[in-house]
Ligand binder design. Structure first.
Ligand code: AMP
Length: 218
């Protein structure tokens, strides 16, 4: 199964990705995670990406498209993948179509998580993520049993550096202006699966799997 998941920052992409990756036994490829790893490894790409990420801006397309092309060319992606956080604008969506054509891979579904801006703002500032398994928590609405510790794997929880009030506005602005138009792009390709993300994580995942499995194009 070759899938991508899109939605505003804080719409629950990461949480769904962890479950979908296990459900379909496919690699989870998050461009945000790739950049965060490059930053912690202090690579040239990481240092360059950091200046954009800290401001809540998009890393330039040339860099991002290249990273995705290299990762999707790896052998484990032939059988399937879940792309998370890419594409984020129309140029990236077209670049992805070209990359997949070259690799002879057909995208099965583009999952779109629908949610209102005011809900994601609250979610982002209270979001915590497991440093080990990537599971998402919320210190108000989805607290871990033990503060700062992942319920599932015992990893320590951290707050992303760009999950601040200051960057949220910029990230939502970019999402609404640059990322939203790709919903139409995938709708026209007939592979769009839209799900209401303002529900419990279990219900959101159930809705995604039901819709992906009943999509005639798959
Ligand atoms: P995410 O974890 O998906 O929210 O991504 C964190 C940050 O990484 C974003 O705010 C961007 O600065 C950068 N980033 C991730 N994916 C992309 C992409 N497809 N294009 C450009 N920048 C990206």
């Amino acid at each position: 199964m070759h899938l991508l998941i899109m939605g505003a920052p804080g719409s629950g992409k990461g949480t769904c990705a962890v479950e979908l990756k296990n459900h379909y036994s496919i690699p989870h490829i998050s461009t945000g995670d790739i950049f965060r790893k490059a930053i912690s490894d202090k690579t040239t790409t990481g240092l360059l990406a950091q200046s954009y990420i800290d401001k809540g801006q998009l890393v330039p397309d040339e860099i991002t498209n290249q990273i995705v092309k290299e990762r999707l060319s790896e052998k484990d992606c032939q059988k399937g993948f879940l792309l998370d956080g890419f594409p984020r604008n129309l140029e990236q969506a077209k670049a992805l179509s070209n990359i997949l054509n070259e690799l002879n891979i057909k995208l099965d579904a583009a999952i779109n998580l629908e949610i209102e801006d005011k809900i994601v703002e609250e979610r982002i500032v209270n979001r915590r993520i497991c440093s080990k398994c990537g599971r998402g928590y919320n210190i108000i609405s989805l607290k871990p049993k033990i503060e700062g510790i992942c319920d599932v794997c015992g990893g320590s929880l951290y707050q992303r550096k760009d999950d601040t009030k200051e960057t949220i506005e910029e990230r939502l602005h970019i999402y609404n202006n640059q990322t939203k138009p790709i919903i139409t792009y995938y709708n026209e390709l007939g592979i769009l699966v839209s799900v209401n993300s303002n529900q419990t994580p279990q219900k959101v995942i159930e809705d995604i799997i039901n819709q992906v499995n009943s999509n005639d194009n798959i």
